[in-house]
Design a protein around this ligand. Structure first.
Ligand SMILES: *[C@@H]1O[C@H](CO)[C@@H](O)[C@H](O)[C@H]1NC(C)=O
Ligand SMILES: *[C@@H]1O[C@H](CO)[C@@H](O)[C@H](O)[C@H]1NC(C)=O
Ligand SMILES: *[C@@H]1O[C@H](CO)[C@@H](O)[C@H](O)[C@H]1NC(C)=O
Ligand SMILES: *[C@@H]1O[C@H](CO)[C@@H](O)[C@H](O)[C@H]1NC(C)=O
Ligand SMILES: *[C@@H]1O[C@H](CO)[C@@H](O)[C@H](O)[C@H]1NC(C)=O
Ligand SMILES: *[C@@H]1O[C@H](CO)[C@@H](O)[C@H](O)[C@H]1NC(C)=O
Length: 339
């Protein structure tokens, strides 16, 4: 063997180990066909009903919104309207938010899914930071995917939006969601590569070789820093992010975002928080619009299909920076129920 790169060496090793250990026996729960009430989704809190009940006391109460280990959240948006900025990292649960919120008349939901929509609609935010929104509506501005700017590219603009809105008494709430890096790796592979959901990603069968080849290096940090192009087939030149650059992104997140939720705790904290901020009706039920529908005959690749060695490889070789971000979110933005 002549001088393989570390990555190649590790993947070969992992492939060998995985091969010799075979594939796990446990049945993997297939994603549901269409819509499902959120609380039954294993992706989200398994005891969702219980924890939603505890939280809904708070989310419907008049108490100030209090997050002991993060900053206070301006809940005036609830009565005055204002601007919600949502940075949607792919595969973190953002589509569920959009599909649940778009139908409401008092929410002006803007989905900036590419650069041209972003540049056409950013003036709406520019107007709103100056004079507020009409009729107490909420301008819900989602940035996502393809050619839309990255969080890092938007940092100065976000700061200006926040500062000017604050000066003008316009309530704002800026947030994002992060996902457990191991869950992320499988979700990304299944959605973009196996399920043929997006023709601009390489389509392939769910095999270990393909999984090892297409698993991304710190995809969430790359998305935040460089945008979606850095999550397409990762050429070595796209893997240039250093730990230090990821720390820079993290610092901006802490400065500019009011909330960083996690996919795993979505129904425990982010959804009740949004219900409160958006004044959703008492009977609102969050429906999980799972986009990762499995087509008949298409295999689903999960933790159960790989060995411990592969899971270690995802964690230690491919996701250390993303794990750092994820832990920051979990530690600092953990919701402690107000009792
Ligand atoms: C993953 O494991 C499950 C359960 O053993 C199996 O049904 C499924 O076919 C496996 N998927 C692939 C792609 O091998
Ligand atoms: C959600 O909250 C409940 C009750 O506070 C807790 O027991 C559960 O572990 C939480 N779920 C997650 C995914 O953190
Ligand atoms: C951006 O998205 C919109 C809506 O899907 C589409 O009509 C438009 O062609 C896209 N623009 C570019 C440059 O891809
Ligand atoms: C605000 O709401 C009132 C009453 O519902 C309606 O008549 C008016 O057209 C609305 N204005 C705007 C700018 O949407
Ligand atoms: C996927 O597997 C099927 C059946 O084994 C095979 O016919 C097909 O060529 C494979 N597709 C790719 C892209 O490898
Ligand atoms: C919730 O309540 C409103 C008015 O009270 C009603 O119009 C609406 O149909 C209800 N929605 C659901 C999902 O029950």
């Amino acid at each position: 063997m002549r001088n393989p790169t570390n990555w190649l060496a590790v993947s070969l090793l992992v492939a060998l180990v995985a091969g010799s250990h075979g594939i796990a026996k446990q049945a993997y729960p297939l994603p549901s066909e269409s819509m499902e009430v959120l609380t039954t989704d294993p992706l989200f809190a398994s005891d969702g009903v219980h924890c939603n009940a505890a939280l809904s006391d708070w989310s419907r109460s008049d108490q100030p919104c209090c997050f002991p280990s993060s900053r206070n959240i301006n809940t005036d948006i609830n009565t005055q309207g204002g601007i919600i900025f949502f940075l949607h990292i792919p595969k973190t649960g953002g589509t569920t938010l959009r599909l649940n919120l778009e139908p409401y008349d008092h929410i002006n939901y803007i989905f900036a899914k590419n650069y041209s929509i972003y540049s056409d609609t950013a003036p709406l935010v520019e107007d709103a930071i100056l004079s507020g929104t009409s009729n107490k509506t909420v301008l819900f501005y989602e940035i996502h995917a393809s050619t839309a700017p990255s969080f890092y590219q938007l940092r100065h603009r976000l700061r200006r939006w926040k500062d000017i809105a604050t000066k003008n008494g316009v309530p704002t709430f800026f947030f994002t969601l992060l996902r457990d890096p191991t869950a992320y790796a499988f979700s990304h592979f299944n959605f973009f590569h196996v399920q043929r959901r997006n023709p601009t990603f390489e389509q392939c069968n769910a095999t270990l070789d393909n999984f090892l080849r297409l698993t991304l290096f710190n995809p969430q940090c790359h998305f935040l820093f460089q945008g979606e192009w850095a999550m397409r087939v990762q050429k070595p030149k796209n893997k240039v992010l250093t730990t230090q650059e990821c720390h820079v992104v993290q610092d901006y997140m802490l400065q500019l975002l009011d909330w960083i939720g996690t996919t795993e705790r979505l129904s425990n904290d982010t959804l009740p928080l949004l219900s409160r901020l958006l004044n959703l009706p008492e009977n609102h039920t969050w429906i999980n619009h799972k986009v990762s529908k499995t087509a008949q005959g298409v295999n689903y690749f999960g933790k159960e299909n790989v060995t411990e060695a592969v899971l270690e490889w995802i964690k230690h070789d491919m996701s250390l920076m993303d794990t750092g971000l994820y832990q920051m979110a979990r530690d600092r933005y953990r919701y402690d129920a107000v009792h």
